[in-house]
Design a protein around this ligand. Structure first.
Ligand code: NCD
Length: 309
């Protein structure tokens, strides 16, 4: 069994295929257990701290839910404005402080590399819940869990990633995991929002077939998974560029009707306008199931980090 005991979770590239399979297996056990009872008290007495310097709904609340379902406690800063960060305290001083109170920290921060800096500064595990346009590894794990549940397997996948591939940290982490399973990856984005070349080069070096295109119909027709993303408005230095690019790729019923077969639609959420709400009742629309899966995958990660699985 993979050993994540005491480890930081920082980057999609830190996992082996065996580790991912182990995490998904534990997540699936927990999902079954939670049908029978409300809690699995493996982490009684442990405390998780959430440190979120950027907005979050699903990531923070599903981590809090996961910890509480495992019998552990949760502390958080509320808002940045109500903490000493508002007085000018640095990230590392804040993290050092919280590390005195908690046993694990879930951190989201706008700066690329911030999670690694935090992990280097404190002895307790840091879980990267998003470092700017960098990585979001726990989202990628729950995406893999969702794909396995929806499709039945992680083998021979063809996946289309659509939208903001430049700034989207969820897709940056997800491609690392998909590459371990030798998926074929279509990358559909406006030219200005293409996947960073360091990432595509790395994938190609690992023998992954990557097709970059602006033709969403071609990509969707070749794929079983259509992974939509939000254009990351908060990363644009020039908002007029955002205004020009938003709405580049929109998924609606008319588009789905053109496809040869049913696809499974994922989105890390929140969505803005890239998936029309009329798609929500399409049988392959899996994004609400996907967000629920976050609880089981984050429970699995926490249990494993504390050596309880
Ligand atoms: C994503 C994020 O914060 O990177 N949200 C999430 O964690 N589910 C995606 C996004 O904000 O577009």
């Amino acid at each position: 069994m993979a050993c994540l005991k005491g480890k930081d979770i920082l980057h999609g590239n830190q996992f082996t295929r065996k580790e991912i399979e182990a995490i998904l297996k534990v997540a699936s056990e927990f999902e079954k257990e939670l049908k029978k009872k409300d809690t699995l008290p493996l982490l009684k007495g442990k405390i998780l701290a959430t440190l979120f310097f950027e907005p979050s709904t699903r990531t923070r609340l599903s981590f809090e839910t996961a910890m509480q379902r495992l019998g552990g406690g949760v502390i958080g800063m509320g808002s940045v404005e109500s903490s000493s960060v508002a007085k000018g305290e640095t990230l590392l001083d804040t993290v050092r402080t919280v590390a005195q109170y908690a046993d694990v920290i879930v951190l989201r921060h706008p700066r690329l590399g911030s999670a690694k800096e935090a992990a280097d500064a404190v002895p307790i595990p840091i879980i990267n819940a998003g470092d700017g346009a960098g990585q979001h590894p726990t989202q990628a794990l729950l995406d893999m869990y969702t794909i396995q549940k929806e499709i039945g397997s992680l083998k021979n996948l063809t996946v289309s990633l659509v939208g903001d591939l430049k700034y989207g940290r969820t897709v940056h982490a997800l491609v690392e995991l998909l590459s371990l399973f030798k998926a074929k990856i279509y990358m559909v984005s406006p030219a200005l929002l293409r996947m960073p070349t360091e990432i595509t080069t790395g994938l190609k070096e690992n023998g992954i077939e990557v097709i970059e295109t602006e033709d969403m119909v071609e990509a969707a027709n070749a794929s079983s998974i259509l992974y939509m993303t939000r254009i990351q408005k908060e990363r644009f230095a020039d908002l007029s560029e955002y205004e020009r690019l938003k709405g580049s790729f929109v998924l609606n019923r008319a588009f789905l009707n053109k496809l040869k077969r049913k696809v499974t639609i994922l989105h890390p959420l929140p969505r803005v306008d890239e998936i029309d709400p009329e798609v929500d009742t399409y049988p392959g629309a899996a994004y609400f199931r996907q967000m629920r899966n976050g609880i089981f995958v984050r429970m699995a990660l926490l249990a494993m980090i504390f050596g309880k699985r």
